[in-house]
Write a protein that binds this ligand. Structure first.
Ligand SMILES: Cc1cc2nc3c(=O)[nH]c(=O)nc-3n(C[C@H](O)[C@H](O)[C@H](O)COP(=O)(O)OP(=O)(O)OC[C@H]3O[C@@H](n4cnc5c(N)ncnc54)[C@H](O)[C@@H]3O)c2cc1C
Length: 390
């Protein structure tokens, strides 16, 4: 790594360098550190202090991804719970979304960042402050990062979230109006989608092509937020026609179905990554069920604290053999007798097993057989390990 005069600086080599320790960069650093990747943040700000208030809080899915890492309570204890979300100068009830954290957590961005920075520092990630990335050059072996002053800002969505070894996330990938309050939220979720994939590629357990799924999954989410913010900005205008439209939309939102669809979308709990045809859970977030494992009652999100994939067997104990992936995928036998209820979709059939990615999305659903399980394990977590002695 070089500063603007071409001098090498102290942080010469890291497996991953994150330009910017805002909410997205901090979350990504935490994810990579949990996966034991040597990661550093380069941040031009002197401290975590922020000018202005910026993001006002966290939507459901963001609280959930923090809960998946065991740190949601740090945010909840400093925030304020609202059972409704803003819409067209009014609010919409959010409390009937089937999720443990079915509320909007009011928490100013400087607090969110400080909590994330503390977490990242506990995980031992170095943050090089007062350093600005001004350019980079990459080749097949790595990326040379240049540092100095300078600044640029644009409103846009990047065409591609990946340029070989350089990946974009958060506001670097999509910048839009703050209307609807989603920028920080989707930035943190970008980081959680990217972190485990990048870690596996760095460790050599997965091919680089796994990184393309980051763009494929998160670009449509960013595009949808851009569309929402444009629509909400238009709805906020003050003229007679827009006022009429606002009235019509608000009336429509009095009905449960459109309201639930809208708040689930704003909360990020309706995200459905395209992982092919199959059970409705496939590609959707795993609900935070209260299961009973062979040891004790357990929340599913607690199984994800170390950011490793989980194979949750809810059928016969010992059913399904995932031994060739046992070094990467944690296997848990558990029982669950309750309902499976997904936001917007409602009740879905109970699966016999689920393969959960570290970001909490379901990569495979068992409906009585192990059909497709080996392929899903290989696609997401790398090829099987050959048995020892073979
Ligand atoms: C007025 C306002 C209100 C908002 N309200 C909401 C809201 O209610 N809800 C919501 O979710 N979002 C909201 N947002 C958006 C939210 O603030 C951003 O989406 C969020 O900060 C994005 O996080 P990030 O980490 O991707 O980027 P940033 O927060 O911009 O962090 C990037 C970091 O990188 C550093 N940096 C930048 N360039 C370099 C470089 N070249 N070298 C080194 N360091 C660099 C910066 O100093 C910064 O610390 C609002 C934004 C504004 C402006």
């Amino acid at each position: 790594m070089h500063d603007e005069s071409g001098r090498g600086v102290a942080m010469t080599k890291h497996a991953v360098v994150i330009a910017g320790g805002g909410p997205t960069g901090l979350m990504l650093a935490g994810e990579l550190a949990l996966a034991r990747v040597d990661v550093a943040i380069v941040e031009r700000r002197e401290s975590q202090d922020l000018e202005g208030l910026r993001a006002g809080g966290l939507y459901i899915r963001t609280i959930e991804v923090l809960d998946q890492r065991g740190i949601a309570d740090r945010f909840i204890s400093q925030g304020q719970v609202f059972r409704s979300a803003p819409f067209a100068r009014g609010t919409l009830d959010i409390s009937d979304i089937p999720a443990r954290h079915n509320y909007y957590l009011g928490l100013w961005q400087h607090r969110t960042e400080r909590i994330l920075a503390d977490w990242v520092s506990e995980l031992g990630v170095p943050i090089y402050r007062r350093s600005e990335v001004t350019g980079f050059a990459q080749d097949d072996t790595g990326v040379d990062v240049e540092l100095s002053g300078g600044r640029s800002f644009m409103a846009r969505q990047a065409a591609s979230y990946r340029n070989n070894r350089v990946l974009l996330a958060g506001d670097a990938a999509h910048v839009h109006s703050p209307m609807g309050g989603q920028g920080l939220n989707i930035g943190v979720q970008d980081a959680v989608n990217l972190g485990w994939k990048l870690a596996q590629v760095v460790h050599g357990t997965s091919p680089e092509s796994l990184l393309d799924t980051y763009h494929a999954e998160r670009h449509p989410v960013g595009a949808r937020v851009l569309r929402n913010t444009m629509a909400l900005t238009a709805l906020d205008r003050s003229d007679d026609r827009i006022e009429a439209l606002r009235g019509m939309m608000s009336e429509l939102m009095q009905r449960d179905a459109p309201r639930q669809q809208y708040v689930a979308m704003m909360s990020g709990v309706d995200i459905n990554y395209d992982l092919g045809e199959g059970h409705p859970l496939l590609g959707r977030r795993m609900p935070d069920l209260d299961v009973v494992t062979t040891d004790s009652p357990q929340r599913v999100f607690a199984l994800l604290h170390d950011a490793r994939p989980v194979f949750l067997n809810l059928g016969e104990p010992g059913a399904f053999d995932i031994t060739p992936w046992a070094d990467r995928v944690r296997r848990v036998d558990a029982r669950y007798a309750g309902a499976w209820e997904l936001p917007v979709l409602g009740a879905v059939a109970a699966p016999t097993a689920v393969l959960i990615r570290p970001d909490g999305y379901v990569a495979w659903v068992g409906e009585g057989t192990d059909q497709g399980l080996g392929d899903a394990l290989t696609t997401w977590f790398g090829p099987p390990t050959a048995p020892t002695g073979s």
